[in-house]
Design a protein around this ligand. Structure first.
Ligand SMILES: NC(=O)c1ccc[n+]([C@@H]2O[C@H](COP(=O)([O-])OP(=O)(O)OC[C@H]3O[C@@H](n4cnc5c(N)ncnc54)[C@H](O)[C@@H]3O)[C@@H](O)[C@H]2O)c1
Length: 261
């Protein structure tokens, strides 16, 4: 049995992870942490607590799964590393610099961690197809759509997609004329990393969406659209389970679910 903890256990994703752990014969829920509903019982011996460090020290999970929020995730990861607790991170909003620092910490502490901006297999394929198409198209933009309670923009998935795309093509604004925005932000945010990119990312936030993304490629006389829709949050759970199983047997740093598929 893999002793598993869920951090952010009362959130939209955390509740799905709790269900996954309770319904998986090889997983045992030993810890639930959230700032909300503190003191409520999830199952015998598991009560929702809000003190992450003490809860980990008491329950000693083999692995924790974290779906909290961008403002706390880096500090949470420092706690996982300090207590040598393996962690599956679904929370988005980490910067590239923080991800590099986490990689270093993980090596120094010999404590594995998997960070995946998207656990849905369809979304991973969408990202890989976008990477493949990048070799052949001079221009590309990304539109990502989420529910209006999402705190960070653009989404972690759109950033990861753009990072994969620039590994195949360094400039996606071939031939655009000089642009003037009469309403600030109307062209979206321009993704540039290590002087590569020029991919405009547009973030839509409204009720009705779970998570969708469209990558649009253009070149002379043709448009290619790669589109993925998340219908409900169950779609992430097979990826979360895969990450838990992988991390239980391995002890390395991984960024992106595609690296363990
Ligand atoms: N990787 C993926 O596949 C994927 C998919 C969906 C969402 N996400 C990301 O997961 C995160 C959570 O999304 P959500 O929709 O479940 O959000 P949510 O707001 O519904 O849930 C977050 C939960 O975390 C709790 N929380 C916040 N700060 C905390 C802290 N310091 N300690 C303990 N608990 C804390 C909140 O009380 C809340 O219950 C977001 O960053 C979101 O972008 C990732």
């Amino acid at each position: 049995m893999i002793k598993t903890g869920v951090v952010g256990a009362c959130g939209k994703m955390g509740q799905e992870v709790v269900k996954l752990v309770l319904n998986s014969p090889d997983l045992e829920l030993v810890l639930a942490v959230d700032k909300f509903k503190t003191g409520e019982k999830i199952k015998d011996n598991v009560i929702i607590k809000d003190d992450l460090l003490n809860s980990i020290n008491e329950a000693k999970p083999d692995i924790v799964v974290d779906f909290t929020q961008p403002s706390v995730i880096f500090e949470n990861i420092k706690i996982y590393q300090k207590t040598k607790t393996k962690a599956v991170i679904g929370t988005t909003g980490l910067s590239s610099e923080q991800i590099d620092e986490i990689k270093k910490m993980s090596k120094e502490n010999n404590t594995g961690i998997i960070i995946a901006p998207n656990f849905s297999i369809g979304a991973i394929l969408m990202m890989q197809f976008a990477r493949q198409a990048s070799k052949y198209f001079s221009n590309a933009e990304i539109i990502e759509y989420h529910h209006n309670q999402k705190k960070d923009a653009p989404s972690g998935t759109s950033i990861k997609t753009a990072q994969l795309m620039i590994s195949e093509n360094s400039n996606f604004k071939e031939g655009n004329c000089a642009e003037i925005e009469t309403i600030k932000g109307s062209r979206g945010g321009n993704f540039i990393e290590n002087n590569k990119g020029n991919i405009q990312i547009h973030s839509v936030r409204m009720p009705g969406f779970v998570a969708s993304q469209e990558v649009i490629f253009g070149s002379d006389g043709q448009i290619l659209k790669i589109h993925h829709d998340t219908i409900n949050r169950e779609c992430y759970m097979s990826g979360v389970k895969l990450a838990i199983d992988h991390l239980y047997k391995n002890n390395n740093f991984i960024y992106g679910l595609e690296n363990i598929l």
